[in-house]
Design a protein around this ligand. Structure first.
Ligand SMILES: [Mg+2]
Length: 243
């Protein structure tokens, strides 16, 4: 978990025309900023072969979108009919992390509009956090592509005391580190698991589904992509989501 690295912009919170801005924008990573779920597809299917199992069933793959490493390993060991022990989960996690790290280091494409949306929020002086279920080691590889300078704080899947998404804790933790009210934040998510986490934390959630559909909800606003989403749009989304 990284701490805030810069002071709040005293001007943040309101545009010159008086319209409100979010207190912060909280970004999911996989499937939201970068199209890494496609790379997870590769490493997860290779892991199943490594475990001597049949193909990864599509419904199981979809259920793992937004999941954390320990849960993912437990599910795949069960699918492969292998014993689930602390040692087997740890060994499976090491294998999956290493293979995914190789893939992240060679090819990590952005989701449409994500880079521009991220840059617009940064340029607008609104505080930002990365809130990911991916562990720190892999997140750091991804940040080489995304850019660390875009985030005031980063919260990773191995830094939340096991209270991973869909628990609200990762988003609550990010808001606390930023010193902002989560109910004045917009979270950006692509998955059922992540959207549930952000919504339970009280955030307005901009949902841009990537690999699986996400149902609507009281504080959720669904869009097809992040193309055209800039700092002003985030202000409008907060107003709509808060109601
Ligand atoms: Mg995601």
């Amino acid at each position: 978990m990284t701490r805030p690295s810069r002071q709040p912009n005293p001007a943040h919170g309101q545009e010159p025309d008086g319209s409100s801005l979010p207190a912060a924008v909280l970004w999911d990573m996989d499937g939201t900023l970068i199209d890494s779920e496609k790379l997870w597809d590769v490493s997860l299917r290779e892991l199943m072969a490594h475990l001597g199992a049949a193909e990864l069933r599509q419904e199981v793959r979809e259920a793992l979108i937004g999941s954390n490493m320990r849960h993912t390993c437990e599910v795949l060991l069960a699918e492969a009919d292998r014993p689930i022990t602390p040692a087997s989960v740890a060994e499976t996690g090491r294998w999956l992390t290493e293979r995914t790290r190789q893939l992240f280091a060679t090819d990590l494409p952005w989701r449409p509009g994500a880079r521009e949306a991220l840059a617009s929020v940064r340029a607008g002086g609104v505080r930002t956090a990365l809130v990911t279920s991916t562990e720190r080691e892999l997140t750091e590889v991804a940040l080489d592509t995304i850019g660390r300078e875009f985030f005031d704080v980063t919260v990773c899947g191995d830094e939340v005391d096991g209270r991973n998404k869909p628990d609200p804790w990762p988003y609550l933790s990010a808001a606390r580190l930023l010193g902002v009210d989560p109910r004045r934040c917009v979270a950006v998510e692509d998955s059922v698991t992540g959207s549930a986490s952000a919504e339970a934390a009280g955030c307005v959630v901009l949902v841009v589904p990537c690999d699986a559909p996400v149902p609507s909800g009281p504080r959720r606003i669904l869009r097809d992509s992040l193309v055209g989403v800039d700092i002003r749009v985030f202000g409008e989304l907060l107003a709509v989501g808060v109601g």
